[in-house]
Write a protein that binds this ligand. Structure first.
Ligand code: HXC
Length: 258
């Protein structure tokens, strides 16, 4: 596949997608989001890939949706034609884990894209924010919904209403990111995490992703019920037999994704 706004490569069992519109700090236009969706779907279907990493540059993961591209849209353009958000939901269909490796700015849609990933590893120079209010609009890809779930209502209100940025330290304290690393080690750390995941059983990886995501969609008892069914289902896999046998034989497990 030929892409202009992203770079796509495979590192061992990890699909790596680098957002690449350096002159616009990786502003997320329609073409970029379209390409990102295609690359994600293709990695999801690729048997050689078990985990996906999305990253940007040292200066910006993404500085938001492309303001120049959307500045003159009418309500009909955004609502009837769905020009801005039409490509933004593809990532939710991806069943393999997607890690966001964030350095620099993750603002507006950039912060929302990072939050749509399964977890965020931040460089020490990362800055998160939802500054849409300064543009006379509001987050449009889940910012007002995922931020309160990730970091509390109070901090989400603060960020969305004042447009202030949150640095990596604050983001980790608040629970938005899972770990912080020096910026020059970001990609290595993300790829190591992704390859650690990729060494596990793919059906179990997918069950865990599905089950953790369920926590956001349902009640505790329904969620625990859902988890219990998947836990039981894992005993129908060859990989569970191999994993437990390998433990007892004091050797690493060799999973076959069956
Ligand atoms: C289009 C953008 C952009 C954006 C930066 N650029 N952000 N272009 N859309 N979101 C462009 C600038 O116009 C400039 O182009 C170049 O990138 C470098 O940016 P500078 O501003 O010169 O860099 P700097 O001074 O370092 O400031 C960095 C910054 C600032 C703080 C990140 O660029 C900024 O505030 N950007 C906008 C952030 C924002 O408001 N994001 C939310 C967008 S709305 P030129 O050609 O002048 O060199 C949104 C809604 C989501 O995301 C809805 C989802 C569906």
């Amino acid at each position: 596949m030929e892409f202009e706004c992203i770079l796509v490569e495979t590192k061992e069992k990890v699909g790596l997608i680098t957002l690449h519109r350096p002159k616009a700090l990786n502003a997320l236009n329609d073409q970029l989001m379209n390409e990102l969706g295609q690359a994600l779907k293709s990695f999801d279907q690729n048997e050689a890939v078990q985990c996906i990493v999305i990253t940007g540059s040292e200066k910006a993961f993404a500085a938001g949706a492309d303001i120049a591209a959307m500045a003159n849209y009418s309500f009909m353009d955004t609502y009837k034609e769905d020009y801005i958000t039409r490509n933004w939901e593809t990532i939710r269909q991806i069943r393999k884990p997607v890690i966001a490796a964030v350095a620099g700015y993750a603002l507006g849609g950039g912060c929302e894209l990072a939050m749509m990933c399964d977890f965020i590893i931040a460089a020490d120079n990362a800055k998160f924010g939802q500054p849409e209010i300064k543009l006379g609009t509001l987050p449009g890809a889940g910012g007002t919904q995922r931020l309160p779930r990730a970091i509390s209502k109070s901090k989400a209100m603060d960020m969305c209403l004042t447009a202030r940025m949150m640095d990596a330290e604050e983001a980790e304290r608040a629970g938005l990111v899972s770990r912080i690393v020096p910026v020059d080690q970001l990609l290595e750390e993300a790829l190591t995490a992704a390859n650690t995941i990729a060494a596990m059983s793919l059906p179990v990886i997918m069950m865990i992703k599905e089950s953790v995501n369920r926590a956001y969609e349902t009640t505790l008892s329904e969620g625990v019920h859902f988890e219990r069914r998947l836990f039981q289902a894992s005993f129908g896999t060859e990989d569970q037999k191999e994993g437990m046998k390998a433990f007892m034989e004091k050797r690493p497990a060799a999973f076959k994704n069956k």
